[in-house]
Ligand binder design. Structure first.
Ligand code: OOG
Ligand code: MG
Length: 260
């Protein structure tokens, strides 16, 4: 059980992360001052943080599901974050709203009326998902220099900031979705390449992992929601004037321009 003291601390840390995001400024990691925090505490802070926005939840995102991401961020524990309506963008990213944004390619899956009374198997995701789309996620850690531990990052809603979906929802099943190669360009230069198999072997495996964890935590999801299955490659920093273009083998491409 949470003592009143712990509840106060959860609320205070969530408020600090919320203020950092709203005021577009970075803060120190929370673990050095609170070394006893557990991953469960981190998710409790994430829930309190998400509630502070008073905005509709539109989905979930997998975090640190690829080796490229785990190595880059030095955190090997996969998990999830929560997506809110204002995070969705359509072709333009406003740099002034963000601290130190980075962009990463992902596969998005769409769901409707998911069972929440039992564990889901990866194979079932193929049947339960109503479609998929290529996606870009914009992450923006609230921590100084984009550095964190697992507890820090799960408390900070996994650096969630913005996301953009491909124009069309594509039907499932899709042959070998895990092999739909990704080529990420910044201002015309190829900066990252990969394949969706990077996320725990298949986007469906990543989705099952995240959904089972979120269901076990009692997370309430809307009837229809989107799930980002995790950064396939390392994330790429962006600045004003940058144009990101990402091509996904056989399933389309997405472009995102960074403005002031
Ligand atoms: C944490 C968020 C990770 C992913 O797709 O792995 C994430 C971070 O790298 O800041 O979104
Ligand atoms: Mg991501």
């Amino acid at each position: 059980m949470n003592s009143p003291k712990n509840t106060d601390r959860t609320a205070a840390l969530a408020a600090a992360l919320h203020a950092a995001e709203r005021e577009v400024r970075e803060i120190d990691g929370i673990v050095p001052a609170h070394p006893d925090l557990t991953l469960d505490d981190a998710y409790a802070i994430q829930r309190a943080l998400v509630a502070l926005y008073e905005r509709p939840v539109v989905g979930l995102k997998a975090a640190l599901t690829s080796r490229a991401k785990q190595v880059a961020m030095n955190v090997t524990q996969p998990g999830y974050g929560t997506l809110l309506d204002f995070m969705k963008v359509d072709g333009t990213l406003r740099r002034s709203e963000l601290i130190h944004p980075r962009v990463e390619p992902e596969i998005a899956l769409f769901f409707e009326d998911l069972p929440t009374d039992r564990m889901l198997a990866s194979d079932e995701i193929a049947v339960l998902a109503t479609g998929f789309a290529p996606a870009l996620e914009v992450i923006d850690s609230r921590y100084k220099k984009f550095k964190f531990t697992a507890v820090d990052v799960y408390a900070d809603n996994c650096s969630s900031s913005r996301f953009m979906l491909g124009r069309d929802v594509l039907p499932l099943p899709h042959p070998q979705l895990e092999l739909a190669g990704v080529v990420l360009e910044k201002n015309g230069d190829i900066v990252q390449t990969g394949a969706p198999a990077a996320v725990l072997g298949h986007p469906f495996t990543s989705a099952a992992f995240v959904l089972n964890l979120a269901i076990a935590h009692g997370v309430q999801l809307p009837r229809r929601f989107v799930l980002l299955t995790g950064g396939i490659t390392e994330a790429v920093p962006v600045e004003v004037g940058d144009v990101i273009r990402c091509r996904f083998g056989g399933i389309g491409e997405i472009s995102l321009s960074v403005t002031e």
